[in-house]
Design a protein around this ligand. Structure first.
Ligand code: C2E
Ligand code: CA
Ligand code: CA
Ligand code: CA
Length: 279
């Protein structure tokens, strides 16, 4: 029963004020989860819009606790960010992802990118660069296969630090995507200072594409300015053929979304997407 209560509480974190005891126990469980077998990776394929060719996948962490309940990253990532566990989580996810990539390297299309999410903490304190490079060397993975996703809002929380981190990571050969673009209140002019390679248009705009002109105009503006700086444009959260068609007409080059493929386990990803390329 105690466990049931905790689960009910964690369903509502972090949106509602949960009592600090429950928060602490969820934190303790997450701490344990990172060290045990409870976390695992899902992969969501990314494609070109024009010819639906596989160009990469985004790594998305999953948590199945000891009672078999799935806890969504939308719940535990914010908790990890508040408690400082996020640095360990980012490190854990990155190493597992790189380990997978090391095994896939000989089966990958040449321009394949595995995208890994990086939280604000890892980027803004400039801490990640050392271990990112260390792990990439340890697993003998070419950095050109890796894209680091950094949200627009985490960049804007300390723009100068983020810019320096991004520059250093770029000089080592990693691609960098600005995630959730359009929601972080940056001036679009700020883009010219950031040597990123990709822009990921937030799914909030995708959801509005078929409901009038406003979101279409926003997407068109992001595409125009992004391309003018030489960035590649991926649109997220595409759930239907109508949205895909509009996104392509508006100039988006890459796509990710349930309409094309849902996030899946590593074995399914290999089976469905990497096997044909292996021959
Ligand atoms: P995100 O980085 O924006 O990831 C995209 C989210 O949209 C994922 O949710 C994905 O499953 C979901 N999604 C993909 N296609 C569609 C679609 O067509 N429609 C809709 N409605 N949703 C779609 P998920 O896996 O629940 O992750 C939520 C967020 O948690 C992520 O948002 C990211 O901010 C964070 N996150 C997930 N994995 C990691 C991780 O390994 N590290 C860090 N730092 N954050 C992560
Ligand atoms: Ca992301
Ligand atoms: Ca996103
Ligand atoms: Ca998001």
């Amino acid at each position: 029963h105690a466990i049931d209560k905790q689960h009910r509480v964690c369903q509502y974190l972090p949106n509602q004020q949960a009592d600090s005891k429950a928060r602490l126990s969820l934190e303790a469980r997450l701490r344990r989860a990172i060290d045990s077998e409870q976390l695992f990776l899902y992969f969501q394929p990314q494609f070109t819009l024009a010819d639906r060719r596989l160009v990469g996948a985004e790594v998305l962490v999953r948590w199945r606790d000891q009672d078999g309940n799935m806890i969504s990253p939308g719940e535990f990532i914010p908790l990890a960010e508040q408690t400082g566990l996020i640095a360990r989580l980012d490190h854990w996810v990155f190493e597992r992802a790189i380990e997978m990539l090391a095994g896939w390297q000989s089966h990958l299309p040449k321009d394949f990118r595995l995208s890994v999410n990086f939280s604000a903490v890892s980027v803004s304190r400039g801490l990640c660069e050392l271990w990112v490079m260390e792990l990439t060397e340890k697993w003998k993975v070419d950095p050109h296969y890796i894209c680091l996703e950094i949200t627009e809002s985490s960049i804007m929380s300390s723009p100068e630090q983020a810019k320096q981190s991004i520059e250093r990571l770029r000089s080592c050969g990693f691609d960098i995507a600005i995630d959730d673009f359009g929601t972080g209140y940056s001036s679009m002019a700020y883009l010219k200072h950031l040597p990123v390679t990709h822009i990921k248009i937030d799914q909030a705009f995708t959801a509005g594409l078929e409901h009038g002109k406003a979101d279409q105009q926003i997407v068109r503006a992001i595409v125009t300015i992004g391309k003018s700086f030489g960035h590649r444009i991926l649109i997220e959260g595409v759930e239907g053929a109508g949205q895909a068609k509009l996104a392509e007409e508006l100039g988006c080059q890459y796509v990710q979304g349930y309409h094309f493929a849902k996030p899946m386990g590593g074995a399914d990803f290999i089976e469905q997407y990497l096997k044909p390329a292996a021959n």
